[in-house]
Design a binder for this molecule. Structure first.
Ligand SMILES: NC(=O)c1ccc[n+]([C@@H]2O[C@H](COP(=O)([O-])OP(=O)(O)OC[C@H]3O[C@@H](n4cnc5c(N)ncnc54)[C@H](O)[C@@H]3O)[C@@H](O)[C@H]2O)c1
Ligand SMILES: [Zn+2]
Length: 283
C-alpha cells in the first residue's frame, strides 16, 4: 500500500496523493502475455518487485508500469486488510481455488496452513465446498485454520494424513488438493489424497525436484496445475473485501515500524514459536 508522491511522464491513471495498492506482479498491459491475462509472464514486468528489482519495504518505491500495476483504493478503506491483496489473496485464489476448480459441495484439502494456504482457505469459501480440510505440521496454524473456516484439520506429523483424508471422504480422497508448501513431501501427499477425476493445484515454489507417481495416477483421470500468480483477480477480490465477504485482516498478527524491520523478520522467521502469520510494516 502506498500514497502516490510523484508520477512519471507516461502515467495517466494516478495523481499525487492517491492511495494505491501495489500488486506483487507488474504488468505492461500490452504485451502478448498481458493481453491473455498472464500478467506474471509480462515480457517487461511479471514478478520483478523484490525479485529482480528493489521491493516495497521502503519509504519511497518506484513502481514500473504504474497505470496497470497499481489499484486505486477507495477512501475510508481498511488499508491494512488490503495489504493482503498485494500477493497472498490472489495467489491462494488464482493458483489454488480457481486452478483447482473448487465447486459447491466438492471436497478440498489444502496442504500448508501458512498465509498462502490460509488465503486459499478464505477464498475457497466463495464456492461453498462441502469439506475444507487443512493439513500442516503446526498446531497453532491449524487452530487459526479452524477459526478461518476449515471443516477439519490434520497434523501430518503423525504420517497418517493420507489415511485420515480418505477416512473423511468415504475412502475416495478429495476433488481438489491444493499444495501450499513447496516441498517434495507435500506434493506427494497431494497425489496420495486426490480422488479420481480430481485436480492437484500446486501453489508452492519448489526448490528441488519432486516425485510424480504416474504408476499410480495414470488411470485416475487427474489434472495437475501450476501457476505463478497473475493478480488478474485483484479488482474482484478488492470488492469482496470492501463488501465484507472476506476479512483478510484476520491474517495480521504483528505490526512494526520500518526501523524495527530486523525484529519483524526475526518474529516472522520463527512463526512456529511466535504464531506469526502476516506482519505489517509501516514506513
Ligand atoms: N505460485 C505463486 O505465485 C506463489 C506466490 C507466493 C508464494 N508462493 C509459495 O507458496 C508457498 C506457501 O507460502 P507461505 O507464505 O504460506 O509459506 P509458509 O512457509 O509461511 O507456510 C508453509 C506452511 O507449510 C507447513 N509445512 C511445512 N512442511 C510441511 C509438511 N511436510 N507437511 C505439511 N505442512 C508443512 C509449515 O508448517 C507452514 O505452516 C511457498 O512455497 C511460497 O513460496 C507461491
Ligand atoms: Zn506485459
Amino acid at each position: 500500500m502506498g500514497i502516490i508522491d510523484s508520477i512519471g511522464a507516461g502515467v495517466t491513471n494516478f495523481k499525487p496523493g492517491d492511495h494505491v495498492l501495489i500488486s506483487c506482479i507488474s504488468s505492461c498491459g500490452k504485451c502478448e502475455y498481458c493481453r491473455r491475462g498472464l500478467y506474471s509472464h509480462c515480457t517487461t514486468g511479471g514478478w520483478i518487485l523484490g525479485n529482480e528489482i528493489d521491493g516495497t519495504q521502503a519509504e519511497y518505491v518506484r513502481t514500473p508500469h504504474a497505470d496497470t500495476s497499481l489499484y486505486p483504493i477507495p477512501a475510508n478503506s481498511d488499508e491494512e486488510a488490503l495489504v493482503m491483496l498485494s500477493d497472498i489473496l490472489p495467489t491462494g485464489f488464482e493458483c489454488g481455488v480457481l486452478n483447482g476448480k473448487v465447486a459447491p459441495g466438492s471436497t478440498v484439502a489444502i496442504v500448508g496452513a501458512g498465509p498462502i494456504g490460509l488465503a486459499a482457505l478464505l477464498t475457497a469459501q466463495f464456492y461453498s465446498p462441502a469439506k475444507l480440510i487443512m493439513i500442516d505440521l503446526d498446531d497453532k496454524r491449524l487452530t487459526a485454520a479452524k477459526i478461518f473456516g476449515a471443516s477439519q484439520t490434520i497434523n501430518s506429523a503423525s504420517g497418517t494424513a493420507a489415511a485420515e483424508v480418505k477416512a473423511l471422504t468415504d475412502g475416495k480422497g478429495v476433488d481438489t488438493a491444493i499444495e501450499a508448501v513447496g516441498v517434495p513431501a507435500t506434493f506427494v501427499l497431494c497425489q496420495d489424497i486426490i480422488a479420481p477425476g480430481g485436480i492437484i493445484a500446486n501453489i508452492g515454489v519448489h526448490g528441488s525436484k519432486a516425485d510424480l507417481h504416474l504408476e499410480k495416477l495414470w488411470s485416475h483421470n487427474i489434472s495437475i496445475t501450476t501457476r505463478l500468480v497473475d493478480t488478474v483477480t485483484t479488482p474482484m477480490l478488492l470488492k469482496t473485501v470492501q463488501s465484507n465477504r472476506i476479512n483478510p485482516a484476520q491474517l495480521i498478527t504483528h505490526r512494526f515500524c520500518l526501523d524495527q524491520i530486523i525484529e519483524a523478520y526475526d518474529i516472522f522467521s520463527r512463526a512456529a514459536d511466535t504464531g506469526a502469520l502476516k506482519v505489517i510494516i509501516a514506513a
